[in-house]
Ligand binder design. Structure first.
Ligand SMILES: Nc1ncnc2c1ncn2[C@@H]1O[C@H](COP(=O)(O)OP(=O)(O)O)[C@@H](O)[C@H]1O
Ligand SMILES: [Mg+2]
Length: 422
């Protein structure tokens, strides 16, 4: 069975559909040092405050973080009102650490407004998980309170009252990339939009890596890439962000945290974290965009469970690439452009961190591709012959909504956090 040599994207099985019915809840996890390709997509723990203080060039106290002039401190009662008492019909997402609700605030005063009027916001309410949840929450307030960029989600404020920890973000109308790629019944994303999303996310990561005080994002994955109404991508969920190495250091040593399937092998094995670990995760997301499959999919068998292992033999090989391409694209992608993206993914997922490109180089390459002749759908688009190809309108050429065949098999529900490595 399957590697990409002998099986192209498998479609709907009863099992897949069944598993796909439950939305996966990726969560932050302590990754064990065992390099299991079949490990669960999941979790990690928060770096200790001491660790963070040691590595951040300008460590800040909790009081300093919370007094950021960019952020509003909300009363819990206001956020309860804004979300209609956290009613289930306001729920828009769920991650490892919390539920996310849609809410409404008055644009000027940031006080609760009538549902449907004023400004729409997303309110993340952390599950009451004690200290660790609090540390992640604080890390997110710390970074997003300081960093502003068109490709990072905007944090409007927070709430810390008793045991309640909440975050208030700008609302991203098109939700997460994960939902678009893997949710059953979702309209398939066109090739152009996939490229646009990759470029937006690459801009966000490049910004973090090239900042004066480098930031390593550490949890780059489809569920943390949010989309605005025009498919501009923004990174959210900064709970695991970490200050990069300073001086002539090549890495920071830290407890291994992240998500199986996305985390770089050297980081899992050694706890040595560098920006190149984010580049690896970016490569995995490129593979998800190419194939429409999850980084880890336990509904599949053998090598097909792990996207990197399954796709690797086909990446960089133009005769084999079509075997792993997302069938939901229905062949509507420029062949050369897809080859170029697969080559790029291949170097991003290189086993050797130093062989991976910098994010700024990845971004440059993607932008070239977006603008170049390689991004034009022309007569010969894919290896497969596609009838009725509408060359002029690549974005509309495959409008028929289809049931997504890729199972939504997050291993998280059965995941048990591993022992800390460091
Ligand atoms: N600002 C937002 N706008 C719209 N949807 C959001 C927003 N923030 C989060 N979500 C949805 O909630 C999910 C979980 O959010 P996330 O911040 O990643 O939580 P966690 O820290 O628990 O992983 C996202 O994958 C997305 O679907
Ligand atoms: Mg998340």
């Amino acid at each position: 069975m399957g590697n990409c040599m002998d099986s192209s994207s498998r479609v709907d099985s009863a099992l897949n559909s069944q598993i796909g019915a439950s939305q996966s809840k990726t969560s932050k996890t302590s990754l064990s040092s065992m390099p299991s390709s079949l490990g669960s997509a999941s979790t990690f723990t928060q770096p200790s405050y001491k660790e963070k203080s040691d590595t951040l060039p300008t460590p800040r106290t909790e009081g300093e973080i919370l007094s950021s002039p960019n952020l509003k401190a909300f009363a819990f009662s206001d956020l309860r009102t804004a979300t209609k008492n956290f009613r289930p019909d306001s729920l828009i997402g769920e991650g490892g650490f919390g539920h996310v609700y849609k809410g409404w605030l008055d644009e000027q005063t940031l006080t609760p407004s009538k549902p449907g009027s004023g400004m729409v916001v997303a309110v993340k309410r952390l599950k009451p998980e004690g200290f660790q949840g609090h540390k992640e929450w604080l890390t997110e307030v710390d970074y997003l309170g300081q960093l502003q960029h068109p490709n990072l989600v905007k944090l409007i404020g927070y709430c810390s009252e008793g045991d309640n920890r909440l975050l208030v973000y700008e609302f991203m109308p098109k939700g997460s990339l994960e939902n678009h790629l893997f949710r059953r019944g979702a309209q398939p994303l066109s090739w152009q939009i996939r490229l646009k999303v990759a470029i937006g996310a690459a801009k966000g990561l490049s910004f973090l890596h090239d900042a004066e005080s480098q930031v390593i994002y550490r949890d780059f994955k489809a569920s943390n890439i949010l989309l605005d109404s025009d498919y501009n991508a923004k990174l959210s969920d900064f709970g695991l962000a970490k200050a990069g190495p300073t001086g002539d250091k090549t890495h920071v040593s830290t407890q291994v945290m992240g998500t199986h399937g996305y985390a770089a092998p050297e980081y899992i094995a050694t706890g040595r974290l560098s920006a190149k670990a984010d580049v690896y995760s970016f490569g995995v997301v490129l593979l998800e965009l190419l194939t429409g499959r999850r980084a880890l999919d336990r509904s599949k068998v053998g090598i097909e469970q792990n996207l990197v292992d399954w796709t690797k033999p086909c990446l960089g090989d133009k005769r084999k690439l079509y075997r792993i391409m997302d069938s939901r694209l229905e062949g509507q992608y420029p062949k050369k452009g897809a080859q170029a993206v697969s080559n790029l993914a291949l170097i991003c997922i290189s086993g050797e961190a130093k062989s991976r490109p910098k994010m700024s180089d990845v971004l440059e390459k993607l932008e070239q591709l977006y603008d170049s002749k390689y991004n034009v759908l022309n007569q010969e688009i894919s290896n497969r012959k596609v009838p009725n190809l509408v060359a002029k309108s690549p974005l509309r050429a495959h409008a028929s909504p289809r049931r997504h065949s890729t199972a939504n098999a997050s291993p998280l529900p059965t995941y048990r956090p591993a022992a800390k490595v460091h």
